[in-house]
Write a protein that binds this ligand. Structure first.
Ligand SMILES: NC(=O)C1=CN([C@@H]2O[C@H](COP(=O)(O)OP(=O)(O)OC[C@H]3O[C@@H](n4cnc5c(N)ncnc54)[C@H](OP(=O)(O)O)[C@@H]3O)[C@@H](O)[C@H]2O)C=CC1
Ligand SMILES: N[C@@H](CC=O)C(=O)O
Length: 434
């Protein structure tokens, strides 16, 4: 049994620098919690001379990450480089040389998690990744461990802080998307290239990880239906407000009936209207929250900062303590469970509701023809109201639950109708009891 644990940190950027800081500042507490001193063995970076937010002790910085992770005197590896390569090769090399690994890398886990989990299983080492979803919020451990005796049926999450900030600004100030994005960039929430956040790629990676754990199945980013928020308009947000609702970018993971009565999984990321009374509606600015529904526990909500160096490092260090204890005890955590192997439903078979705003001719019979278009595709209407008169006439229809394919076909039919000038907004409605 080692009398101390030696840690290699790969990456010393926003998250890595805070990990290095906490390893130093919390050294005594970490030793007491783990049962042995936890020492920094080395820090791999791309540029030795770059300015750092933390002072790395002399001689510990290196650009040779492969040599660091395979060193005999390293017990644990923390990967906070990000991206697919070289992160994947480094994690595999670390596991193959007997190290346990902690990572915050959602992109890699969502793309190729199974390869990494199998490698960890094969060598009997841990691979932990709490920080990969919703930063500091403990959500993966509750799904994997605390709820292991329950049946999770739905996970609804606001898992991207940048888009939540933008949509919150659009709601509170009436700003358009571009204006709100610019403000997010000025305040440092959004990157200069905001594509990964605003087009939903970041949230889709997190949704794949959440669905895999919640439903004991292998779900990758490619399985996730993804729509971003760049097409959300100030009018959509105002329309939501009129319905006492708010627009949020949601990651939605659900158990549904699949072929032959087997359970299937539906995983999607898209903007949706939710009632202001729903707990997720009160998640403001760049905060994250994950709302879990399970058969026995009922409804649970996990809330907090979903990003940032120190909050994310907090989750990384939590994992580090667990894998370090396991290492000292020469044991490992439960590993990943994909026993249920549930199929992922195509988006067309997913059941949802739509809010549709339609500019129409303002004359008798138009409402009836619009209602007929919904009926032709088997879509039941919950409410319909007319806004404006004459050239400004608009019908706002909210449907009951139907498949996404039925709803999409209805919108297609509406777009071809002579009385319909334009379908100005189509948005899903979530968070209402079915
Ligand atoms: N930032 C956040 O709020 C959150 C981040 N995460 C995840 O944490 C991980 C790290 O993110 P973050 O800290 O923001 O990223 P940064 O871009 O701030 O830091 C990346 C670090 O990796 C180093 N690096 C890059 N390429 C290599 C390489 N080939 N070999 C060795 N080191 C390399 C960089 O070195 P150098 O400094 O020399 O360029 C840098 O120190 C990502 O997976 C991210 O998705 C998860 C939740 C929130
Ligand atoms: N870009 C992400 C942060 C990391 O997960 C966000 O905006 O939430």
């Amino acid at each position: 049994m080692p009398d101390r644990l030696r840690v290699a940190v790969l990456g010393c950027g926003s998250v890595g620098s805070q990990v290095v800081r906490l390893l130093d500042e919390q050294a005594d507490d970490l030793a007491a919690r783990v049962g042995a001193p936890v020492e920094l063995a080395g820090v791999a970076v791309r540029r030795l001379e770059a300015p750092r937010e933390v002072e790395v002790p002399d001689g510990l910085l290196t650009t040779d990450a492969t040599a660091l992770v395979t060193r005999d005197d390293v017990d644990l590896v923390i990967e906070v480089i990000g991206g697919i390569e070289p992160a994947r090769s480094l994690i595999l090399a670390a596991l193959e040389s007997g190290k346990s690994v902690v990572t915050a890398n959602k992109a890699l886990l969502a793309e190729d998690g199974p390869t990494l989990f199998e490698a960890a299983e094969k060598v009997g080492r841990d691979l932990y990744y709490e920080a990969a979803v919703a930063g500091a919020i403990p959500i993966l451990r509750p799904l994997r461990e605390s709820l292991a005796g329950d049946r999770v049926t739905r996970v609804l999450g606001i898992v991207n802080g940048t888009t939540n900030f933008i949509l919150d600004r659009m709601d509170t100030s009436g700003a358009g998307f571009t204006e709100a994005l610019e403000e997010a960039q000025e305040l440092g929430y959004a990157e200069a290239d905001p594509t990964a956040d605003v087009e939903g790629f970041d949230a889709a990676a997190k949704a794949a990880i959440l669905a895999s754990l919640a439903f004991h199945s292998r779900v990758t980013a490619n399985d996730v239906h993804r729509e971003g928020i760049s097409d959300v308009t100030a009018a959509d947000v105002a329309s939501a407000r009129d319905m006492n609702s708010v627009v949020k970018l949601l990651a939605i993971c659900e158990l549904r009936d699949g072929v032959g009565g087997d359970d299937a999984v539906s995983v999607r990321v898209h903007p949706a209207m939710i009632p202001r009374s729903h707990p997720l509606a009160s998640v403001r600015e760049a905060y994250n929250a994950v709302f879990v529904e399970s058969e026995a526990a009922g409804q649970l909500m996990f809330y907090g900062p979903g990003a940032g160096g120190a909050p994310t490092a907090s989750a990384v260090l939590g994992d580090l303590v667990t894998v370090a204890r396991n290492r000292l005890a020469d044991t490992r955590g439960a590993g990943e469970s994909a026993y249920a192997d549930r199929a992922v439903l195509p988006m067309g078979e997913t059941v949802t509701r739509y809010h549709v705003a339609i500019d129409v001719d303002d004359r008798a019979g138009v409402l009836a023809s619009v209602a007929t278009a919904f009926a032709e595709h088997g879509v039941s209407i919950q409410t319909v109201r007319q806004e404006g008169r004459g050239a400004d006439a608009q019908l706002v229809v909210v449907s009951h639950e139907s498949t996404d394919a039925q709803l999409a076909a209805t919108v297609e039919t509406l777009r071809g109708m002579p009385a319909v000038r334009e379908v100005t907004s189509v948005m899903r409605v979530e968070g209402v009891a079915e």
